[in-house]
Design a protein around this ligand. Structure first.
Ligand SMILES: C[S@@+](CC[C@H](N)C(=O)[O-])C[C@H]1O[C@@H](n2cnc3c(N)ncnc32)[C@H](O)[C@@H]1O
Length: 178
């Protein structure tokens, strides 16, 4: 069962997995809605694909989604999603430059608040090179840190998730979100 497998992986590595259960459908839909017509989407920390599936529903037919996930069990599951637009890479988001050139849109479920300051900075530096960065968090503690990396940051509250979540929608270079 999908949710039991997720819990098992959380119990093995709570800090790396960062959440005991997967994102709710409403949180996944809210995140995916924000790709806003992007053709090339990269997902960091795809887990077992709760957000991935919703991104694929929103992605244009000629779009491409590349998922980075460090947990090999989660990757095995992601690889069962039958969609030619999807590529799954069992490697850390911090290594994405080895596989992807320009980042257009990044959707992230990474547990940024649990990362070391250095690793968090690294991920935000990489992500700030994208046109659009969509990240969920369970609190607003990183609000100022995230704002340092983007010219425009909007926050959407999603109460129907456990725990309730905030979706950060970030753009750089004066580009606006909808
Ligand atoms: C909170 S879970 C989110 C899973 C899924 N996106 C969701 O919303 O249900 C965070 C995920 O990030 C993955 N992760 C942690 N550090 C990572 C890294 N450096 N690169 C890629 N994935 C990472 C974990 O294995 C886990 O699957």
């Amino acid at each position: 069962m999908k949710s039991q497998s997720f819990i098992n992986e959380f119990l093995k590595s709570p800090v790396k997995v960062g959440s005991v259960i997967q994102s709710s459908k409403i949180l996944a839909r809210t995140m995916a809605h924000q790709i806003n017509g992007s053709l090339d989407v990269v997902e960091f920390g795809a887990g077992m694909g709760s957000v991935t599936e919703h991104i694929l529903r929103r992605l244009p037919p000629n779009g491409r989604l590349i998922c980075f996930e460090i947990n090999s069990k989660f990757c095995e599951h992601l690889m069962t999603i039958d969609d030619p637009r999807l590529t799954v890479i069992n490697d850390g988001a911090e290594n994405c430059h080895k596989y992807v050139g320009r980042l257009e849109c990044v959707v992230s479920g990474l547990p940024l608040a649990l990362f070391s300051k250095t690793k968090r900075q690294e991920i935000l530096d990489i992500s700030s090179k994208s046109r659009r960065f969509i990240q969920f968090q369970y609190s607003l503690v990183l609000k100022d840190t995230i704002k340092e990396h983007f010219s425009d940051v909007r926050i959407k509250f999603v109460p129907l998730n456990f725990p309730p979540a905030f979706v950060f929608v970030c753009t750089s270079s004066g580009k606006q979100t909808s």
